[in-house]
Design a protein around this ligand. Structure first.
Ligand code: SAH
Ligand code: SF4
Ligand code: F3S
Length: 439
């Protein structure tokens, strides 16, 4: 009997890649692979890559350079590149790094099995098509093993928005929503395997419009159906676009108890001039108005966002408008990035802000965001929150979980087990986590 082949997947980028890596591992599980935690003993290494900023894409080539010598140690080793760099650069990857045997774009993962058979025969395999067939139906999770209590579930993929800086519409393709019945089945299967919280994923998740039994469903409709699943205790979704925040979704935040009070709603800039140039089709004011409506139904909602600083032609005044917006919103979490030129996107042709100016703005913005973050963390002290316990802590008797607001919470001397949702009192705020006692 031959021993199973070993698969090592390294995942970069967004949560959708995390979900995709799980699906790929399951698909290759069907070809006799078991997962391993190190590249050293693998027979197949897959890098699931991200193309969003230049640094993210370059990381892939340096990692490939490091992995190449492993082929001399294990002649059976095959190396593959998946994800958004695979989609964007295709055959160029094999030219730049000939140690790569396989390149597969995000829309072709259901063909990974055939591709693996091909590379085992010593050929190379490349697939960056946007096929017609339902990838997700083919990749359906068939596992039965117990899972961690919090899981991702991709409900929508791709983007039609074409923000001037962004590669996603090119790497993930047009917006596609998965049918609601397929998703509800997958969610039920996850719950049977121990999942208590699902985070619905999509590049524009609130643009979801999947087929339901009585016509197309919105994200709010889907959330209300998920709400009916016994054993599923929490629902989240990410990432949303301000223009797709429908009235029914806002209403759901007011009355669906399982829907957590946390919303990642990227705004990118606080300057209308820059937003227009970014092709964002919302203004700072419309964003703030929207927030007002959300906070009217769910006053405690914790806001999270994304920012780009140093977008081409951003002036000091534009940047100050971003700082002003941040002061008004007070984000509990926010991710801010220096603009990175992506070849092929409309903004790539435009004059850049000097690097030192962009660096200085990024530092100022991050300082402000961190200050708000800390104040919000500290405001949790003394409050009673509910925690989904996700794992054991480092200390004996300690468990770690997430609050409604997605803060990491450590519980000392816990009775609670992994997968439990428990009430706690927050006793201390540390830099990256909260400490709590079980009630
Ligand atoms: N679909 C989401 C986010 C996609 S990418 C949305 O619409 O907001 C995640 C974040 O990366 C973006 O929100 C943006 O802030 C950042 N990003 C995208 N392209 C970038 C670029 N060229 N340079 C710097 N940051 C970028
Ligand atoms: Fe990119 Fe804009 Fe689409 Fe978000 S909405 S994925 S930033 S193009
Ligand atoms: Fe990166 Fe692709 Fe996600 S570019 S952020 S991995 S959609």
């Amino acid at each position: 009997m031959t021993s199973p082949k070993k698969l090592f997947i390294k995942t970069y980028g967004c949560q959708m890649n995390v979900y995709d890596s799980e699906r790929m591992a399951e698909a290759l599980g069907g070809q006799g692979y078991v997962e391993t935690k190190t590249a050293d003993d693998a027979d197949m290494i897959l890098l699931n890559t991200c193309h969003i900023r230049e640094k993210a894409a370059e990381k892939v080539y340096s990692e490939l350079g490091r992995l190449k010598p492993l082929k001399a140690l294990n002649p059976d080793l095959k190396i593959g590149v998946a994800g958004c760099v695979a989609q964007a650069e295709g055959a160029e990857i094999m030219r730049r790094q000939p140690a790569v045997d396989l390149v597969v774009g995000p829309q072709s993962y259901h063909r990974l099995g055939e591709m693996e058979a091909k590379v085992r025969k010593g050929e190379s395999a490349l697939d960056t098509d946007f096929p017609e067939e339902d990838k997700f139906e083919h990749l359906k999770s068939r596992g039965k093993a117990k899972r961690a209590p919090a899981a991702f579930l991709t409900v929508q993929e791709g983007c039609d928005k074409f923000c001037a800086f962004c590669v996603v519409p090119y790497t993930r393709g047009a917006e596609v929503s998965r049918p609601a019945t397929q998703l509800l089945d997958e969610a039920r299967a996850l719950v049977d395997r121990g999942v208590r919280e699902v985070t619905l994923l999509g590049q524009n998740v609130n643009a979801y419009h999947g087929a339901g039994p009585n016509g197309d469903m919105t994200l709010a409709n889907l959330i209300r159906e998920l709400d009916k699943i016994d054993g599923l205790q929490r629902i989240r979704y990410t990432t949303s676009h301000p223009n797709d925040m429908g009235d029914d979704l806002i209403a759901a935040h007011g009355d669906v108890e399982k829907l957590m009070p946390y919303l990642h709603l990227p705004v990118q800039s606080g300057s209308d001039r820059i937003l227009k140039r970014m092709n964002r089709s919302h203004t700072a004011e419309s964003y703030l108005k929207l927030l007002e409506r959300i906070r009217a139904v769910r006053p405690d909602i914790l806001m999270s966002g994304d920012f780009i600083v140093g977008f081409p032609e951003e002036t000091d005044e534009d940047f100050e408008a971003t700082m002003e917006l941040v002061r008004e919103v007070r984000y509990g979490y926010a991710y801010s990035f220096k603009y990175s030129t992506r070849p092929g996107t409309p903004a790539a042709e435009r004059p850049l802000v000097p690097a030192e100016v962009a660096d200085e703005r990024l530092q100022r913005l991050q300082k402000l965001i961190t200050q708000h973050q800390r104040e919000i963390q500290e405001s949790m002290v003394g409050r009673e929150l509910s925690i989904l316990v996700e794992k054991q802590g480092r200390e004996p008797g300690q468990v770690i979980g997430k609050s409604e607001y997605l803060h990491a919470v450590h519980i000392e001397n816990a009775r609670a087990q992994i997968g439990d949702v428990v009430k706690v009192k927050i006793v201390e705020a540390k830099t990256n986590s909260l400490m709590a006692h079980e009630l």
